[in-house]
Write a protein that binds this ligand. Structure first.
Ligand code: PLP
Length: 401
C-alpha cells in the first residue's frame, strides 16, 4: 500500500487516539526498522521497551512459528506446557513463589492491585484497601490503573474512577508516612519512573520504604512493566535495589513483541487470589507463553545481563561526551536512558533524529527516552551517539566550544 493511502485510510478508519509520527514501518531486522520505501532506521525505541531481542530474532521467530503450527490457543481451563514452563523459569530465577499471566501491563497491574487488596482484606477486614503510589507515576490506562497513576492529567473525563489511591512525593519517607494510615494496604511504585521522564528512585529511599512496609505489614508492589526482563541489566530492576517485593508486575519485554504480562507473587501473597477470583481468556496462551519462555531463555543468563549493564554504562559515557547546552541531564540504569533537554526543544530534537534515521522516544515533557533492543551492539551505540551529536550540535549553540 502507498504511504499516502495508508495515512488517509488511518484517518478515516482508525480512532485518533495517537499522535503518530509521519513514518509507516514495514519490517525489521535486529536493531533496524524499514519503512515502506525500504529506508533503514536505527531503533532506540523497541516498541516502547517491548522488542528486547530486536526485530525478527531468529530463535524467537522459529519458536513462535513452530508453536503456531502446533497449538496457538486453548483455554486456561487446561494445562499447557509453555505457560507452566514460563512461570517456573520466572519463579526459579527470582525466588518468587507463583505467577499469574495477563496480556498487558495495565492488566498485570490490575491483578497486582486485586491480589494486594484481597490479601489485606482477608487479614485486616474490608476497609484496608488504600494503595499509595508515587506522584508522576504511570501504571496504565484501565480505569483502576489510571487512578493508580499519580498524574492529574490522567484523571480527567472518565469519572467515576476507582477510589482507594493516594500519592506520595518521590524519594520522601516523610510524604509516605504522612499518607499512610490504618486503611492503607500497600505501596506501589516504578523503581525508574519511565513515562514521566526516566527517573530512577534513590536507593536509600527505596530501602527505607521497604523497611517501613515490613514494619507496618504494607505490601510492597513493584511495577516492572517497563523496567523488567533485563532492561536494567538485571532480570528485574528491584534486584539492583536489593529489595524483596511482595508482588512484581511485568509485561512489555516478556514476550519480545507478543502481548503477554503478568505478576509474580512472594510466598506471602501467592495464595491471595484463588479459583474464580481472577482470570484471563488469553493470558499466557501457548503462543504468548512460548514467546516468554524463549525470551527468558536468552535474556536471563548472566552473560546477557552483564552485557546489558556494560552497554548501558558505555552508552551513557558516550552521551556525556556530547557538548550541548541543550542537555540538562543524562540518567538511567542499564539500557533505560533519559536525556533531559529543554521542553521547548524536545519535539524538534526528536524529529531531527528521525530525519537522520534514528528513532527515539519522549518521556514526560522534557526527556528523550532511549530503550534500544537489549541486543544492540557497541557499533550501533556509536552510530546512534554520532547521530545524536549531529542533532544536538547542529540544533543548538555549543557551550564553551
Ligand atoms: N506500567 C508501566 C510502568 C508502564 O510503563 C506501562 C506502559 O507504558 C504500563 C504500566 C501499561 O502497560 P500497557 O500499555 O501494556 O497496558
Amino acid at each position: 500500500m502507498e504511504y499516502s493511502q495508508l495515512i488517509n485510510d488511518e484517518k478515516q478508519y482508525v480512532m485518533q487516539t495517537y499522535g503518530r509520527f509521519g513514518l509507516a514501518l514495514d519490517h525489521g531486522k535486529g536493531c533496524y526498522l524499514y519503512d515502506l520505501d525500504g529506508n533503514e532506521y536505527l531503533d532506540l525505541t523497541s516498541g516502547i521497551g517491548v522488542n528486547c531481542l530486536g526485530h525478527a530474532h531468529e530463535q524467537l521467530t522459529n519458536a513462535l512459528q513452530a508453536q503456531v503450527g502446533k497449538l496457538m490457543h486453548v483455554s486456561n481451563l487446561y494445562y499447557t506446557e509453555p505457560m507452566v514452563t514460563a512461570a517456573k523459569m520466572l519463579c526459579r530465577s527470582t525466588g518468587m513463589d507463583k505467577a499469574f499471566f495477563s496480556n498487558s501491563g495495565a492488566e498485570a497491574n490490575e491483578a497486582m492491585i486485586k491480589a494486594a487488596r484481597k490479601y489485606s482484606q482477608m487479614k485486616y477486614g474490608k476497609d484496608r484497601t488504600k494503595i499509595l503510589t508515587l506522584k508522576n507515576s504511570f501504571h496504565g490506562r484501565t480505569i483502576a490503573t489510571l487512578e493508580a497513576t499519580g498524574q492529574d492529567k490522567f484523571h480527567q473525563y472518565f469519572f467515576p474512577f476507582t477510589s482507594g489511591f493516594d500519592y506520595f512525593d518521590i524519594n520522601s519517607m516523610e510524604s509516605v508516612k504522612e499518607k499512610a494510615d490504618r486503611n492503607t494496604c500497600a505501596v506501589m511504585l516504578e523503581l525508574i519512573q519511565g513515562e514521566s521522564g526516566v527517573r530512577p528512585l534513590d536507593p536509600g529511599f527505596v530501602k527505607d520504604l521497604e523497611l517501613f512496609c515490613r514494619e507496618n505489614d504494607l505490601l510492597l508492589l513493584v511495577d516492572e512493566v517497563q523496567t523488567g526482563i533485563g532492561r536494567t541489566g538485571k532480570l528485574f530492576c528491584y534486584q539492583n535495589y536489593d529489595i524483596h517485593p511482595d508482588i512484581v508486575s511485568m509485561a512489555k519485554g516478556l514476550g519480545g513483541g507478543v502481548p503477554i504480562g503478568g505478576i509474580l507473587c512472594s510466598k506471602k501473597t501467592s495464595s491471595a487470589l484463588q479459583t474464580g477470583d481472577h482470570g484471563s481468556t488469553f493470558g499466557a496462551n501457548p503462543l504468548a507463553a512460548t514467546s516468554a519462555k524463549t525470551v527468558l531463555s536468552i535474556v536471563d543468563t548472566s552473560q546477557f545481563l552483564a552485557d546489558v549493564q556494560e552497554k548501558g554504562r558505555y552508552f551513557m559515557e558516550q552521551l556525556e561526551t556530547i557538548r550541548s547546552s541543550s542537555i540538562k541531564d543524562v540518567r538511567g540504569i542499564g539500557l533505560m536512558i533519559g536525556i533531559e533537554v529543554d521542553e521547548s526543544e524536545i519535539s524538534d530534537l526528536i524529529h531531527a533524529c528521525m530525519e537522520r534515521n534514528l528513532l527515539v522516544l519522549k518521556a514526560g515533557t522534557n526527556t528523550i527516552r532511549l530503550l534500544p533492543p537489549l541486543i544492540i551492539t557497541k557499533d550501533q551505540i556509536d552510530s546512534a551517539v554520532k547521530t545524536l551529536k549531529e542533532v544536538f550540535e547542529n540544533e543548538t549553540p555549543v557551550e564553551n566550544a
